[in-house]
Design a protein around this ligand. Structure first.
Ligand SMILES: NC(=O)c1ccc[n+]([C@@H]2O[C@H](COP(=O)([O-])OP(=O)(O)OC[C@H]3O[C@@H](n4cnc5c(N)ncnc54)[C@H](OP(=O)(O)O)[C@@H]3O)[C@@H](O)[C@H]2O)c1
Length: 308
């Protein structure tokens, strides 16, 4: 049994079908809402994951061999202002899961971020020393630490700027496409660097870690390192949108609530060698999105919109 916590997350929307396809394990999904999966291998627990009295019977009842935690408060600016919730979801939940994992003898897989680094000299390898500069980064690092120190055989999968096919929660790609479609100018920072990661690559790394029973820290970042502005321009060019709607802005001028790493990003050499993965570049990721949009006959990008 594999338990996936935060099964309603964007990442889990790709991870769950992949695990169904690539493993034979039954899946136990924990989410705040019922999810529309129809598969006899899936069982669902609908509960508030921050309520440890609700979490305990769900995990004890499922008795999983592996617990994958995708739940997190991911809005970086909101984490800065609502620190109590950020800590409850990004740290206390992980602490509770780690304790339960010990009791049922399950291996923990915790998803994390390059925001654990200060961004002075990214991209970063797994052995770089974290130094978070935002409350989100601090809470995610604390989550990593409670997981690694509290259970044996735990794995941490750090990723950054995850994008993928249209999902419930709009990602950066969707935000840019929506702006291009509606002809709305957008300001995009031209001094924050990262390597945007296609969601299937993150899910694939987790699946391989589960199947190969790997532990320790793994970095999963895309093949192309660039600024957010350059990424937005690539999206516009790929979907034949109006590039001039995308305006560069400096981080200082944008004045976001939380500080951001300027040179973030992750070196994925360990995942590439040990997990035998090839990380997708931007062109390939955008081509996969276009394929997914076309095969779903999505009305997100309609004919005549100027965007393929
Ligand atoms: N997206 C990125 O660009 C990115 C980059 C780096 C790292 N990551 C990491 O990757 C993981 C997955 O990210 P994601 O973007 O897929 O997340 P997401 O779409 O924002 O979903 C996070 C999930 O966490 C649960 N959650 C959020 N707030 C909660 C609260 N206050 N109380 C209880 N549960 C709450 C919800 O699960 P349910 O819907 O199931 O209730 C929610 O769907 C996270 O650990 C994140 O830190 C993401």
């Amino acid at each position: 049994m594999i338990t996936i916590v935060g099964a309603g997350s964007t990442l889990a929307a790709t991870l769950v079908p992949l695990l169904i396809e690539e493993t034979e394990a039954p899946l136990h999904l924990i989410s705040s809402r019922p999810l529309p999966y129809q598969n006899e291998r899936i069982r669902m627990s609908v509960l508030d994951v921050t309520d440890k009295n609700a979490l305990k019977p769900a995990i004890m009842g499922a008795h999983p061999q592996t617990i994958i935690n995708c739940a997190a408060m991911t809005n970086v600016d909101k984490c800065e202002t609502d620190r109590q919730t950020a800590w409850a979801v990004n740290v206390t939940l992980v602490e509770n899961l780690t304790r339960l994992a010990r009791i049922v003898d399950a291996r923990m897989i915790q998803v994390s971020t390059d925001y654990v680094f200060d961004g002075l000299k990214g991209p970063y390898a797994e052995n770089a020393v974290p130094n978070p500069i935002s409350y989100y980064g601090k809470s995610k690092l604390a989550g990593e630490n409670v997981c690694l120190s509290g259970s044996s055989g735990a794995a941490i999968v750090r990723t950054n700027v995850v994008y993928g096919p249209p999902s419930e929660r709009p990602d950066f790609v969707r935000w840019v496409i929506d702006a291009l479609e509606s002809g709305t100018p957008i300001r995009v920072v031209d001094d924050q660097h990262s390597n945007p990661t296609y969601v299937e690559d993150v899910a694939d790394a987790i699946s391989r870690i589960v199947q190969r029973k790997r532990s320790g820290i793994y970095h999963v970042g895309g093949a192309d390192y660039m600024t957010r502005f350059e990424f937005a321009v690539k999206i516009a060019e790929f979907f034949k949108g109006n590039v001039s709607l995308i305006r560069p802005v400096s981080t200082a001028d944008l004045a976001q609530t939380a500080r951001r790493p300027m040179r973030g990003g992750l070196i994925s050499l360990k995942a590439e060698t040990d997990l035998r993965m090839t990380m997708r570049g931007i062109e390939s990721g955008l081509a996969s999105i276009r394929h997914a949009m076309m095969s779903k006959h999505s009305n997100m990008v309609g004919p005549g919109s100027g965007i393929e």
